[in-house]
Design a protein. Sequence first.
Length: 405
Amino acid sequence: MGERGDGKSGVLPNHHIEKAVAAELISAPDEEIPTSNIQPASLDLRLGDVAHRIQCSFLPGANKVRERLSELSKYEVDLTGADGAVLEVGLPYVIPLLERLRLPHDMRARANPKSSTGRADVFTRVITDYGARFDDVRPGYAGPLYLEVVPLSFPVRVYRGLTLNQLRLSVGDTTLSDAEIRREHAERPLLSVGGKPVKPGELQLAAGLFLGLNLKGPKNKGVGWRARGSAPLLDLGKVGGTDPKLFWDKVERDKGDRIILQPNSFYLLMSHEEVTIPPHLAAEMAAYDPTSGELRTHYAGFFDPGFGYNPHARAIGSTAALEVRAHDVAFMIEHRQHVCKLTFEQMLEPPTVLYGDAGFGSNYQGQTETLGKHFKVDGSHSTLGRASKERDPQAQQLEFARERG
């Protein structure tokens, strides 16, 4: 694609993704890719017609995915009806996606769950033909995309056309070094606390920028949520109308501003710091180093340009929702303890629309609540569901189909 420019490196912004769609580097046979699915630095991918309930997870290796499915698929579930289909807790499914790729030899892609998917504790990862790694699409790949989906806390209802994950395209070496992250923070703060920039000497860097937990605040308000056992069905096509009390228990801090994570329970918590992603950068929440404790944080990863950004203020930022699960043993975490880190990438060009722009309908700009867009929330975020519906015409269409049928 000549429009990338000679020798330039970076993540493709929305207007370059539109060009990639026009050039059929990204396509959906027999139908158009909705422009509403193009984000500032990523593309929402849509579920296809059928979900394969598989015997076990797999990487295709020397095979095509459909060849592995012919061996491992136990049965198929139709997603095309007005009521979609239910995916059961703890069972792995593989769903062919509507989009397919025809990447140039110098362009690669990486996938991540959407934030709302991660906050519903739905584990997803993209698989490609002959792929040796999940979520990584090698340069020059031409072929279909598949999504492995495993609901971990709640049974979920899904539909054809629903978007559970995103794809980010890039060329060249895009990752910022720790020294470059420090320079960016000095020019315009990437992390703030209470609207004030974090002092340079207080930044914690190791191949990315660490974030800590917010476990302070009023005791009666709680510091997060814990997924309930034996919860009812969660409809992932329904935005803003689900009662969170059916799915979540409030987590209150213990004395000393700490909590004890129970083994294999899923928690939604909030970062201590506010994050700002300026227009020329994109970010990703990296997997937490398991040597630092028996837990895993954040299953959804992409932060688009504009997250927490205000061109008229040097430091403002938005807190980040953190998805946390302890493994094997109970694990104590404390206020401001580092549990995750952000890696940063250079954009090829700033996008023409930013996360949080008026009319864009961003779900989590300025968030003070960890719950995803599927749930009713109190206070200032009670409008979150309405904004999401304006942004997501697919959800409106699905609700209309259900009302008819």
